[in-house]
Design a protein around this ligand. Structure first.
Ligand code: COA
Length: 187
């Protein structure tokens, strides 16, 4: 099976399909539906991810069936958590959201690929950090992010078992006469 990963564009039908995919995954993984204070970015994908230059949203498709099989969003840090007040800013820090891989396609490296695409974008946009939060209750999520090079910054110990994590990135450009490589390195 081939997978095609595309940047989400201002295509009304595709946006609707992505929203359906996301709410289906949220219901399945978290056991609840639309919550206005948590899901504004999904309702307004255009303004959270598509329109701002330093934000993006990637969608993976099964190239045979054209069904959506995975998503990931990346955007400039826009939260006001007091714990990170003097650490992150929208200029220095990107944040990862909405990584979901359809159950049928898990453990094949697809989430790793999706994160790789998002990390390359973060590197190109000159962010210094990637921030995210996840939950210990999600099967495999903490293991996945740890494998991707993230470290726990705060273990909130709340009801949802929220864990805040980040990864420092540093862009290095190596230019040789024949080719150009871009790397994201963890220091
Ligand atoms: C977490 C999730 C994104 C992983 O997707 P995936 O495509 O299966 O991940 P990958 O195949 O790229 O896994 C890479 C590595 O992460 C770790 N990992 C992934 N899923 C894991 C699991 N269920 N248990 C333990 N480790 C896991 C493993 O080290 C894995 O490498 P391996 O398969 O060689 O052992 C997917 O299970 C998912 O969508 N879960 C529901 C939503 C969610 O938790 N999203 C992320 C949290 S915000």
């Amino acid at each position: 099976m081939n997978v095609i990963i595309k940047e989400l564009s201002n295509d009304k039908n595709l946006i609707k399909n992505v929203q359906e995919f996301l709410f289906y995954q949220i219901e399945k993984e978290f056991g609840y539906g639309y919550v206005p204070e948590w899901h504004q970015d999904i309702i307004d994908l255009e303004n959270y991810y598509i329109n701002p230059e330093r934000n993006n949203f990637f969608v993976a498709f099964n190239s045979k069936t054209n069904e959506i099989i995975a998503t990931i969003g990346i955007r400039a840090y826009d939260k006001d958590f007091t714990e990170f007040k003097n650490i992150y800013s929208s200029k220095s820090t990107s944040s990862i959201w909405r990584l979901f891989v359809d159950e049928k396609y898990r453990r094949c490296g697809l989430a790793s690929k999706m994160f790789g695409v998002a990390e390359t974008f973060a590197n190109q946009q000159d962010y210094d950090f990637i921030y995210l939060h996840t939950h210990r209750t999600l099967n495999g999520a903490l293991e996945f992010w740890t494998k991707m090079g993230f470290v726990i910054t705060i273990d909130a110990g709340d009801e949802l078992e929220t864990v805040h994590m980040d990864k420092k990135i540093m862009g290095i450009e190596i230019t040789s006469p024949s080719s150009t490589f871009n790397y994201a390195l963890e220091l």
